[in-house]
Write a new protein. Structure first.
Length: 395
């Protein structure tokens, strides 16, 4: 095995594998030697990635299901929305891994190295990674390994919470689900110390992914996720006869911390590069856009450096929502209920995707309760640290 490459990719998750896949698919980069470094081979259906999009993506051919209807449910609103321009889609982890690995294994310029990365750095004009006691070097290193020690948002006055969820893929003996619509939010659950809701992706009338999701600083005891899921299935959905075929659990960092996207010849991608939407956790489309920009830059300038072009107002919107989640997480259900009641669904999706213009932003802001946001603005202006104790508890 060679010890020097054009590009090192640290981490074989969504971001790292998407970048390697795009390199393999780009004729102008076929002569570039790439090493993907990961802890182990990805071969389990360990997660799903969902997104909404109006344009084709690189992975449309492996999409497991698409939907044109979205349900929103809370104590004050129960409504189904129809999509016109957008589609909501999901990709299963196993399908992604099989597609990507099949392409990468055939690519003569791409290699894999499995083991623990103990160090990443730069020496002179080369980046390097130490794996299993062995150093490998590259002209550039793409780092997708999220490491909390690289930032401390609390000391800097930023917000940091975690999106954590457990999901069951369940099968029913008789048709049960409306497989024409997803349930994006069902807020009919105790809000506890943050924001909590259920999420349903019906793959067909007998099979669905049902997730219990929380946005909070602390994770729940392991048994509580199962308790909430079983209670929801039995008491809310009135579903008793079912079989759990698969389970998934994940934790996604959500923060308005300003990630350092580049340090010399080390380029951070994926969540580590700030590609997870701070207030929602959605990352798939943002990662696709980041990879497209990197590939374009590699072709035109032979460097991976590109203009991030984040729109500053969305950083402020995210910070305000995170501040509310820290202080009074139960308010989010009321805020989202008002937003979904008073806006067309595709305006909301454009807003959450950071694709709206200022006039649409103002319409969104005018549709939600103002007081929680006014308090957030005060906190952000005076850089008050997030309140650790939740002020109120709402069932």
């Amino acid at each position: 095995m060679s010890h020097h490459y054009d590009y090192l990719i640290a981490g074989g998750g969504l971001a790292g594998l998407t970048l390697a896949y795009a390199i393999a698919k780009t004729p102008a980069l076929q002569d570039k030697k790439v090493l993907i470094i990961d802890r182990e081979v990805k071969h389990r259906n360990d997660r799903t990635w969902s997104f909404w999009a109006a344009e084709p993506t690189m992975f449309d051919h492996i999409v497991h299901r698409t939907w044109k209807k979205i349900n929103f449910i809370s104590d004050t609103l129960n409504r189904q929305f129809e999509l016109t321009r957008y589609r909501y889609a999901t990709i299963r982890g196993i399908d992604f891994y099989q597609e990507v690995n099949q392409v990468l294994q055939r690519a003569a310029n791409i290699a894999f190295l499995y083991g623990e990365i103990t160090e990443i750095g730069q020496a002179g004009e080369q980046a390097y990674a130490t794996v299993n006691g062995q150093r490998v070097t590259g002209n550039y290193l793409f780092d997708s390994l999220f490491r909390a020690e690289l930032f401390n948002p609390y000391d800097a006055g930023y917000h940091y919470i975690r999106q954590h969820f457990k999901g069951y893929v369940i099968r029913t003996p008789q048709p049960f689900f409306d497989d024409s619509a997803i349930t994006m939010f069902d807020f009919r659950t105790k809000q506890k110390d943050g924001v909590y809701f259920f999420y349903i992706l019906p793959y067909d009338k007998n099979v669905a992914l049902v997730e219990y999701t929380g946005f909070s600083r602390d994770l729940l005891p392991e048994t509580e996720y199962d308790h909430e899921l079983q209670n929801y299935l039995h008491n809310r959905l009135q579903l008793v006869d079912y079989e759990v075929e698969e389970t998934e659990f994940a934790v996604i960092p959500m923060t308005d911390f300003r990630f350092e996207s580049r340090k010399g010849r080390i380029i951070r991608i994926g969540v580590q590069g700030g590609m997870s939407k701070p207030s929602t956790g959605y990352a798939f489309i943002r990662i696709q856009r980041q990879v497209e920009k990197i590939i374009k830059s590699l072709q035109t300038s032979s460097t991976p450096f590109y203009n991030e072009a984040f729109r500053p107002q969305f950083r402020i919107y995210d910070a305000m929502l995170l501040n509310i989640m820290h202080r009074e997480g139960w308010q989010i259900a009321h805020i989202f209920s008002a937003m979904f009641r008073r806006n067309p669904i595709e305006r909301i999706l454009r807003f959450l995707d950071e694709q709206t213009h200022l006039g649409e932003d103002l319409l969104i802001m005018a549709s939600v309760p103002p007081l929680p946001f006014l308090e957030s603005i005060y906190n952000l202006i005076f850089r008050r640290k997030p309140i650790k104790q939740i002020k109120k508890y709402r069932s």
